[in-house]
Design a protein. Structure first.
Length: 255
């Protein structure tokens, strides 16, 4: 009789352990599928997959899921320009920021525990750690540009400008050769251009030019430095050639 009870106990204990392992595997699958959907531009599907992965309340998977959600909503907000109201885009962008913040808040706990991680998990951690930092930098860059276009007033000592500079400083320190794993069109040179733009908007032209000189780009075909760093263009959203990156209108709008 005791032997039967022991076998039954082992059976249920084993099933419980298998279920726990299965939960971890499911989270990785959801995260990997989320990134596949992201690269295919299926942002709603990616959102659902990353949010499902969050049901596993394990910090490492939460970091991956929050980072994935942050990038997904960032790219989704950009894809919806001219298609929905700006308030809807702002709400999606705000959700991106919330997820990047959540990922960032998990980092201290995980950074203190990297020794216990397996090699495969450590690789995933490093990718998402860098992704979270780069994501926060890009998020504040987008907010800073939008605020400038909206002519919002700033307290420069505690502004979105400086938050972007701080996080991009961290990115350059951590990964000076950064290339976004899920979009090879975004790399460290883009962040140097963003920094050049922000410094220029702050009136720090020398710093702006110094940032641009860190890139492999050539300004010889541009009329001005402003044009070279893509701040000059059509700023009228109803124009055919509206440039959402431009902050200074150059009179080139076509209707």
């Amino acid at each position: 009789m005791n032997k039967k009870i022991y076998i039954i106990f082992l059976f249920f204990w084993s099933c419980s352990g298998l279920k726990e392992d299965s939960d971890f595997l499911d989270s990785i699958y959801y995260i990997e599928d989320g990134w596949i959907a992201f690269t295919e531009g299926e942002y709603t599907q990616a959102t659902n997959l990353f949010e499902t992965a969050l049901l596993n309340d394990e910090p490492i998977y939460n970091l991956m899921s929050y980072t994935g959600l942050g990038w997904t909503k960032t790219y989704q907000s950009r894809s919806l320009l001219f298609q929905v109201e700006q308030d809807s885009i702002n709400a999606i962008r705000d959700y991106a920021g919330e997820n990047f913040l959540n990922a960032y808040l998990i980092l201290p706990e995980l950074l203190s525990d990297t020794i216990s991680m397996s090699e495969s998990i450590k690789i995933q951690f490093n990718n998402h750690y860098i992704g979270a930092i780069a994501g926060r930098a890009l998020h504040y860059y987008m907010l800073a540009k939008q605020a400038y276009i909206n002519n919002e007033s700033w307290n420069q000592s505690d502004s979105l400008y400086n938050l972007f500079i701080d996080f991009s400083d961290d990115l350059i320190l951590i990964d000076p050769d950064f290339m976004f794993l899920y979009d090879s069109g975004l790399d460290i040179n883009d962040f140097y251009i963003y920094r050049a733009q922000i410094y220029f908007l702050l009136g720090l032209t020398e710093l702006a030019m110094a940032e641009f000189e860190k890139t492999p780009y050539d300004c010889s075909n541009s009329n001005t430095f402003l044009e070279c760093i893509s701040l000059l263009g059509c700023t009228d959203s109803v124009a055919i050639n509206y440039n959402p990156n431009a902050v200074t209108d150059d009179g080139s709008c076509i209707y």
